[in-house]
Write a protein that binds this ligand. Structure first.
Ligand code: KG4
Ligand code: ZN
Length: 346
């Protein structure tokens, strides 16, 4: 079986990551993945500062790429191509990874492709695993996006619904700030919720027409509940009630999408896919619907280059290439806006 080996580079936000993935048949196998985080640099500001992020990417990108190549024992000359996440993200950060990927590809005479980071979060569910049955319902719940897709294959997606305000991860981060749990917040709210009583408070769950999401109302409701002094609820109880409301909205839409499209497979990726309640509720829901759940392994939920290399390898194996003047873009072309069929990565 002919294999396609690709170096992938991720630098869309605050993780500098490089990975080597070998596509064997339609299974992307991860040979290496090296990621340098920047949490300590942004903690004081309780959010990612774009200028600080770009500079930190510049400092760490070459060592990270060198280590990923060394750990996979793949010399540059044995690669079949180079991929970078070229959208969506912080423009200065995207420029660092995209420029390096193009330079390496050009210098070595290799194909270059840019891939959509949101779509790559769904490729993360396919890494190192046997083939899935299509079509699939794909959910990306991350810091920047909450989008639901009907997928005919890894590259052909139709947007079914998306958030009309905050993304789920963004709402978790703001909840962490409201509850004084610090930054980055999603995992901390999840952890606090484990020992809380979700029944203590009935936070509102937005019910929009169709399959769109809205998380700003539940965030405001939490802020108002947390302001009551003295509070009748512990921080853990509030975290649990919040988590239940956010995950409840996600799983409700997921169930409708699976039923409507009779999909045999459900793929879930993005930082929020690490959430314990989402993982257990999605597993129960898929079991009820006779649908196979592929939720990204926790290490591939948050930003990483393995998913970028995986999606890049799928495109390169099909003979696709992007031009050298492909520009980074702040927005995804697929995860927001018009609902309907679209081709994923350009
Ligand atoms: O996918 P990701 O690394 O970055 C984006 O593409 O946005 O997602 C990061 C987001 C953050 O908002 C973080 O708070 C959230 O994922 N997150 C979680 C959990 N772990 C990370 N949210 C809820 N529960 C978690 N366990
Ligand atoms: Zn992401």
């Amino acid at each position: 079986m002919a294999a396609t080996t690709v170096l992938g580079i991720e630098s869309s936000c605050d993780e500098t990551s490089a990975a080597v993935v070998r596509l064997e048949g339609d299974v992307p196998r991860v040979l290496s993945c090296v990621t340098a985080g920047q949490d300590a640099l942004h903690e004081t500001y309780r959010g990612v500062v774009p200028e600080i992020a770009s500079r930190a990417h510049l400092e760490s990108i070459l060592p990270v790429v060198r280590r990923a190549l060394a750990e996979s024992e793949t010399p540059l000359g044995s690669l079949d191509g180079v991929a970078a996440g070229h959208r969506p993200g912080l423009i200065g950060s995207l420029l660092v990874g995209t420029s390096l990927a193009k330079s390496l590809a050009w210098a070595r005479g290799l194909p270059f492709v840019g891939v959509d980071h949101v779509v790559a979060h769904l490729t993360a569910t396919l890494l190192d695993r046997a083939t899935v049955a299509w079509p699939a319902i794909g959910l990306v719940a991350s810091g920047g996006h909450t989008s639901l897709f009907l997928m005919r294959d890894p590259l052909t997606l139709e947007l079914l619904g998306a958030t009309i305000d905050d993304a789920a991860g963004e709402a978790f981060d703001k909840a962490a700030a409201i509850l004084g749990l610090g930054y980055p917040g999603g995992a901390r709210v999840d952890h606090a919720a484990e020992s809380g009583n979700a029944e203590c408070l009935d936070l509102p769950i937005s019910r929009l027409k169709g399959l769109d999401f809205s998380f700003s109302g539940v965030k405001t409701a939490l802020a108002l509940a947390a302001r009551v002094d003295p509070s009748p609820h512990s921080r853990e109880d509030l975290a649990a009630a919040f988590r239940r409301a956010v995950i409840g909205q996600i799983t409700r839409n997921l169930a409708v999408a699976i039923e409507t499209h009779s999909a045999p497979t459900c793929l879930i990726g993005g930082g929020v896919a690490a959430n314990r309640l989402l993982r257990s509720d999605a597993a129960a829901l898929c079991e009820r619907h006779g649908c196979e759940l592929r939720i990204a392994e926790p290490r591939w939920c948050t930003d990483n280059a393995a998913m970028i290399a995986g999606l890049g390898a799928i495109r390169i194996a099909r003979g696709e290439r992007d031009p050298w003047d492909l520009a980074p873009q702040p927005m995804s072309a697929i995860a927001r806006g018009a609902r309907g069929p679209k081709r994923a990565a350009l």
